[in-house]
Ligand binder design. Sequence first.
Ligand SMILES: Cc1ncc(COP(=O)(O)O)c(C=O)c1O
Length: 464
Amino acid sequence: MSVEWAGVGPEVLLRLDRSASEPLRVQLERGLREAIRSGRLEAGERLPSSRAMAAELGISRGLVLECYSQLQAEGFLTSRSGSATRVAAGALAPAELPVQPPPLARPIVDFRPGVPDLTSFPRRDWVWALREGSRGATPLELGYGDPRGVQFLRVVLAGYLRRVRGAVADAERVVVCGGFAQGINLVLGALSRRGTGRVAIEDPGDVDYLAICERLGIRAVPVRIDKRGIDVEALAAAEVGAVILTPTHQFPTGTALASERRQALVAWAQACGAMIIEDDYDAEFRYDRDPVGALQGLAPDRVALIGTVSKSLAPGLRLGWVVCPPDILEPLIEEKRLSDRGSPALEQLALAILMESGRFDRQVRRMRQVYGSRRDTLVRALSTGAPAVVLHGLAAGFHAVADLAAEADEQAIVEQARERSVGLYGMSSFRPSGGGGAPQLVLGFGNLSQTAIERGIAAVADLL
Ligand SMILES: Cc1ncc(COP(=O)(O)O)c(C=O)c1O
């Protein structure tokens, strides 16, 4: 191997390896780039003439000229006619990046709420449906279609929601969107265009609404939740134009909105022309005998019903829908058109085919059993390991609320569990008003095997 060094200025900078397969010109360019990036060659510094560089390295002058002109084009070097080639002013060594603290290791057992079993996604069925959908997609469906989504899916969804959720739905009023997250942004965007400036949110609830509303110029007003759901009197006093609710399975307390409160809520909305935005996020997974129908069925003109496949299939699909009341339908379609011109057509067709074929229902039935067993495991593990803990909110979904002893320090428990590689989540992180409350944990069990639940609870039982 023959290695040669070239001195540029006071330092030894370049090394050419004639036995390497990499061409000499490429080696020369790379060597100079590295010298500039690392700061060994500083901005403004003069490089040897092409003749001197060529002589020193024993290569042709043409090769050096080629290399200089390439690095000029890349902004590393400058040269004016008649003067020397220099390191360009903008080609300084990059500033040192601030040292980031190492990220916390991911917990080994993570009781994060809201995550379904990601290993149970029906891959084979989905591939089948996607293939069928792609094969049968019409040219119209592959174009810029109706921003509401593919007609076939909207028809199938409307039927499904009437049948399973007791909703009042027809395809004209269904808008397919990118999960609940896009649905809520579209509805709030449409309301904001109509002049709605204040929207009530559940407390406890999803704290993201604070930022979502703020971005749209809407004031989010937290309204308290008790054991019967949202406090409708407090809601009426909040003077809002809309409320975002999880009436079937309140997130995160797990209660269902009591029937007299449902009536009172609808009466309030009708009396003051307010909009109820119903988040139907995990409605498929009820374990008790009485399914709770969608609130939208009671007042389809006052309720925007938003659903998602994030719990029934997988969040990664980013598919959801809004069943929209007539008076915000046009602005909502316009919001959708302006934001993305419609959701991906082939995935919509696949979902429609999956639902129509009965495979979606089969998957939901299968997962209801899986989550039911996991729920039983959690109850058992806690009653053995931490009998003082009281669990509730278990009638549906895949998270539960655990009441801790009154004097327990919720935050300290979360931190100590983390040191044992167990992810626990305190109720305080779901309080948009920031206000305190009794110490509680929200325990998600959807994405944990029965063994993982047992191991996780055993690891933190003494803390609880
Ligand atoms: C309360 C609530 N609603 C809806 C969703 C679903 O959101 P998306 O459909 O955007 O995944 C979640 C996700 O965790 C949630 O916690």
